[in-house]
Ligand binder design. Structure first.
Ligand code: SAM
Length: 261
């Protein structure tokens, strides 16, 4: 499956994804991932940044409000349209563009930094996407991205539960199985079923890599590994949303920052 085909899947996901996530049902993003991502992000005020696979623009807007001058791309026209609509309603000066991560329409060394939130494992040809990120960043610039955790995000989650039915662990299987466009189907579990029952589930082509593949790919491209984070729910999150305790059992996400020498 190539990037254009993947884009067609995301175009079909975009409307419901945008609707549900803007209603606050992408809890993993809002409560766990984005807070950890921006806590780890270096100072970006006045820096020129690129958001790769920006979706409807939630994280691009946070980066922009943090002071960066943001350009954002996504393969899905519908996601970019939704992001632009938001920009019209609440202008932040973000430039959104339909483009593919594997063929970025920018000159070499154009950006001070690049970021990609939960998009790289959804991009066909991870290798090309990483080399394109490297190409458009200036020397000493950084690339920070979040992905589903390669060790724990397996397709059939086999939870171990105690007598009360509380999840206590996970049986990890098929770790070494790579997926090259295998379709995952789900919808945000936090959204009311009265809503989601009537909706088409998201169909997401996944490009699973094992942890060493990700790290070796970055190293081979020329990046210097700088920082890692396996997001853990903050105390306030656990108090307000006790069901997020599953994120204390193991990390579902991995954030990596690397730098162009
Ligand atoms: C899980 S969504 C994440 C969206 C957003 N970054 C966020 O954190 O909410 C993955 C995104 O990757 C995009 N994507 C997939 N393949 C792409 C490609 N080749 N180039 C650019 N974006 C791509 C999809 O269209 C989708 O918006």
């Amino acid at each position: 499956m190539d990037d254009k085909e993947v884009g067609k899947f995301w175009d079909k996901n975009a409307e419901n994804w945008t609707k549900l996530s803007r209603m606050g049902y992408d809890k993993c993003r809002d409560l766990i991932n984005a807070p950890a991502f921006f806590k780890m992000l270096p100072e970006i005020a006045n820096l020129k940044g690129l958001d790769i696979g920006c979706g409807e623009g939630y994280n691009t807007r946070i980066a922009s409000k943090t002071g960066a001058i943001m350009v954002a791309i996504d393969i899905s026209e519908k996601f970019i349209a939704a992001a632009k609509e938001f920009e019209v309603q609440e202008p932040l000066g973000i430039k959104y563009q339909v483009a593919s991560a594997v063929d970025l329409p920018f000159p070499n060394e154009f950006f001070d930094f690049a970021m990609a939130t939960m998009s790289l494992m959804d991009i066909a040809d991870t290798e090309k996407a990483i080399s394109e990120a490297y190409r458009v960043i200036k020397p000493k610039g950084f690339f920070q991205f979040s992905i589903t955790h390669p060790c724990f995000t397996i397709s059939n989650l086999g939870w171990v539960k105690n007598e009360e039915g509380k999840k206590t662990g996970l049986v990890v299987s098929d770790y070494f199985k790579k997926s090259d466009g295998e379709i995952e189907e789900w919808i945000f579990g936090a959204a009311p079923t009265e809503m989601t029952d009537k909706m088409r589930k998201f169909k997401i082509p996944r490009f699973k890599r094992i942890l060493s593949d990700w790290l070796n790919l970055l190293i081979r491209t020329g990046f210097v590994l700088e920082e890692f984070c396996e997001p853990y729910p903050e105390d306030e999150v656990l108090e307000k949303y006790p069901e997020e305790y599953v994120g204390t059992i193991l990390p579902f996400f991995l954030i990596i920052r690397c730098r162009k020498p």
